[in-house]
Design a protein around this ligand. Structure first.
Ligand code: ACO
Length: 324
């Protein structure tokens, strides 16, 4: 039997930084409002030649370097994105070509802000059933392309970026007693809330607009309850308690949601990884970007138990427990 270990981490943020102050020059908002309600100070936005694919490639290269793997070692690439550069080929196929990978398979998955957690489950299953040994999983998003820059209720909340991890197969004797790697991924969708957070078009129908629309307060309310339920579900499934958790690596949508989760789990704030202040909400990229930062600066160490969680359009949400 196999389990998945996380052995590589990477991230890429666009060069251009847009501050709250800068936004307040074009929409009716203020640095103070954005900081107070969301914790966001700035976001990175693509410019020049930067694309969803280029961000993904840079994050992937870093993750492969961290893991000490070459292109010959990667046998599956999954990109979680809902802002690809093209309808097809998939972003993952483009990444494969640019990295010079010739074997294996590559595809995208789309589950908005929950995309990384859903992708983690897919990748983990490929490894558990022996279909892949090293899976490159990337979250890459360029929400700047699907924001209505005249809508202050949404345009201040998001940023562009990509994060990547590599999952690698490790043989274990007894899956029932697994104590390392991805211990489990717990996923949910309730499509009846689809109209709380959606994009009002699709790029292949050019007559439509194609912008993020959101009922912020209701999404906030669902995020707070559903995320804590799905983290409790993960703990219960693994017979673990709050005090067993070393780190919370949450989806980075709003500092108030993140701080609320930390409190519910009885974690001190220095045990909660926060990037939303600098990155804003990078959707499927936010969790791997946060992981990358905290692993590279030495906060998260091998052997630590981390919990990740995310909720997004669908509504879809999920969590995972990982012993690094
Ligand atoms: N600047 C100034 N004023 C604003 C802005 C802005 N950028 N945006 C909204 N307002 C105004 C509103 O128009 C409203 O004014 P009104 O009362 O005159 O109509 C007032 O501020 C209050 O608006 P609310 O929507 O009630 O503000 P709230 O405190 O709920 O904060 C926010 C809004 C930040 C969007 C919050 O609801 C939130 O974070 N929700 C979670 C949604 C989220 O993060 N979604 C991301 C994707 S899903 C996910 O990743 C979890």
């Amino acid at each position: 039997a196999y389990c998945s270990r996380l052995i590589g981490f990477g991230g890429c943020l666009p060069e251009r930084i847009v501050t709250n102050q800068e936004l307040s020059e074009t929409v009716d908002t203020s640095d103070e409002w954005i900081r107070e309600r969301t914790g966001i100070h700035q976001r990175h936005i693509i410019s020049g030649n930067e694309t969803c694919t280029s961000l993904a490639v840079n994050a992937a290269k870093q993750a492969m370097e961290y893991a000490g793997l070459t292109v010959d070692d990667i046998d599956a690439i999954i990109v979680a994105t809902c802002t690809p550069d093209q309808v097809f080929p998939t972003t993952a196929a483009r990444v494969q070509q640019i990295l010079g990978i010739k074997k294996g398979f590559a595809f995208d998955i789309s589950s908005a802000c929950a995309g990384f957690v859903f992708g983690l489950s897919v990748a983990d299953n490929f490894i558990r059933n022996g279909q892949a040994k090293n899976v490159l999983l990337i979250g890459s998003e360029v929400y700047s392309r699907i924001l209505d820059w005249s809508d202050r209720r949404t345009c201040v909340l998001f940023g562009d970026g990509a994060g990547a991890v590599i999952l690698s197969a490790e043989e274990i004797q007894n899956t029932a007693k697994q104590d390392k790697g991805i211990l489990g991924v717990y996923l949910h969708t309730d499509g009846s809330y689809g109209d709380l957070l959606y994009v009002d078009g699709i790029p292949s129908r050019t007559e439509d607009s194609c912008f993020v629309r959101m009922h912020g307060q209701e999404v906030f309310r669902h995020a707070v309850t559903k995320l804590s339920e799905v983290v409790e579900e993960a703990l219960k499934a693994n017979n673990l308690q709050h005090e067993d958790i070393d780190w919370l690596v949450p989806h980075q949508a709003n500092l108030r949601i993140i701080a609320g989760m930390g409190k519910k789990l009885h974690l001190s704030s220095d045990r909660v990884i926060v990037t939303v202040d600098r990155h804003a909400n990078t959707s499927a990229a936010s969790v791997p970007l946060a992981l990358n930062e905290a692993v590279r600066d030495g906060r998260i160490q091998k052997g630590d138990l981390i919990v990740i969680e995310a909720l997004g359009g669908g509504l879809s949400w999920g969590s995972s427990l990982i012993r690094l």
